[in-house]
Design a binder for this molecule. Structure first.
Ligand SMILES: Cc1cc2nc3c(=O)[nH]c(=O)nc-3n(C[C@H](O)[C@H](O)[C@H](O)COP(=O)(O)OP(=O)(O)OC[C@H]3O[C@@H](n4cnc5c(N)ncnc54)[C@H](O)[C@@H]3O)c2cc1C
Ligand code: FES
Length: 279
């Protein structure tokens, strides 16, 4: 059992959850994640380790409640417990000194982007952060990212916060401006957004890293659930990734695999709502 030390609502449906997990906190590097189960027999879900404090023995998770398990997780109060948690899993972010880097986050992808961007800034890179969402409620961690970013740009599709439009419009401007063009781009978000970013940087030959979000079950390379096609080769996102060269990712294959369980997930959420209404 893993004790929840703090659970704070940061934005509608976005929680910052601090969990006591000393061994994970001591070993964790930026870009790695945990797989947890909220309760016995529950679904396993992967969550990026947003931050860690090795001295306090805690890790921080930024969790967006999107479905059955994340809703149960964000409902756990301080002093409550997460049933089990395995980690740190996955390969750490490959950090180099590129000079200027652009970190692009869409929706909950921004939670995954946060530790990557922080590690890049701590290594001396000048980070331009571009984050976006459907509306202001879906733009997360802007303040936390601004703390170490040289420049933070926000876009929303409805114009309710920052610039109206998509994160890719801002990236396009950066790429065209020799004074601001990045040496590397990191993008995390919905598949169409990561695909668009990779296609935009390809003609410029700019290294582009994306963090993929296939369904994960065991997180140890055994079940094959998270397989992705990278440069025509099968890789397992949980052990070979989750970060890959965006110019080599087969995004069509990733999209197909992500929609496989959609009907089942909708049924689970409906069942929870019906139970809540009946209670
Ligand atoms: C490496 C990685 C890191 C992630 N980090 C974060 C994070 O820091 N914060 C955050 O809020 N979310 C993160 N996610 C997404 C998170 O795992 C899903 O939101 C969660 O699994 C949804 O489960 P659910 O039961 O609440 O919703 P569901 O209704 O079951 O699913 C909603 C969507 O989440 C995805 N999903 C569902 N189950 C899984 C699974 N077992 N593995 C992967 N994706 C799944 C699917 O795309 C699905 O359509 C990460 C995903 C991956 C792969
Ligand atoms: S989650 Fe099972 S192989 Fe990656």
């Amino acid at each position: 059992m893993f004790e929840v030390i703090d659970n704070e609502l940061l934005a509608p449906n976005l929680h910052r959850i601090v969990v006591r997990a000393p061994r994970i906190a001591a070993a964790r590097k930026a870009g790695q994640f945990v797989i947890l189960r909220v309760e016995k027999g529950g679904e396993r879900i992967p969550l990026t380790i947003g931050d860690a404090d090795a001295v306090e023995g805690t890790i921080t998770l930024f969790v967006q409640a999107v479905g059955a398990t994340t809703r149960k997780l964000v409902a756990i109060p301080a002093k409550g417990h997460v049933r089990d948690m395995a980690g740190p899993l996955g390969m750490p972010t490959h950090i180099e000194t590129w000079g200027r880097v652009a970190c692009i986050g869409g929706g909950v992808g921004t939670a995954v982007l946060y530790p990557m961007a922080k590690a890049l800034a701590e290594t001396g890179n000048e980070v331009t952060t571009v984050i976006g969402g459907r509306s202001r409620d879906f733009v997360i961690l802007a303040e936390a990212l601004s703390a170490f970013s040289a420049d933070t740009q926000i876009t929303t599709e409805d114009g309710s916060l920052g610039r109206k439009g998509f994160v890719t419009s801002v990236l396009d401007e950066l790429l065209r401006d020799p004074g601001r063009a990045p040496g590397a781009v990191f993008a995390v978000g919905p598949v169409p957004m990561m695909r668009a970013v990779a296609e935009m940087t390809r003609p410029y030959g700019i290294k582009t890293i994306v963090s993929l979000n296939p369904i994960m079950i065991d997180g140890t390379g055994m079940c094959g659930g998270c397989r992705v096609l990278i440069g025509g080769e099968t890789k397992f996102a949980c052990v070979d990734g989750p970060e890959f060269d965006g110019h080599l990712v087969d995004f069509d294959n990733l999209s197909d695999r992500l929609t496989t369980y959609r009907e089942h997930e909708c049924r689970m959420v409906m069942q929870i709502q019906v139970k809540r209404e009946a209670a």
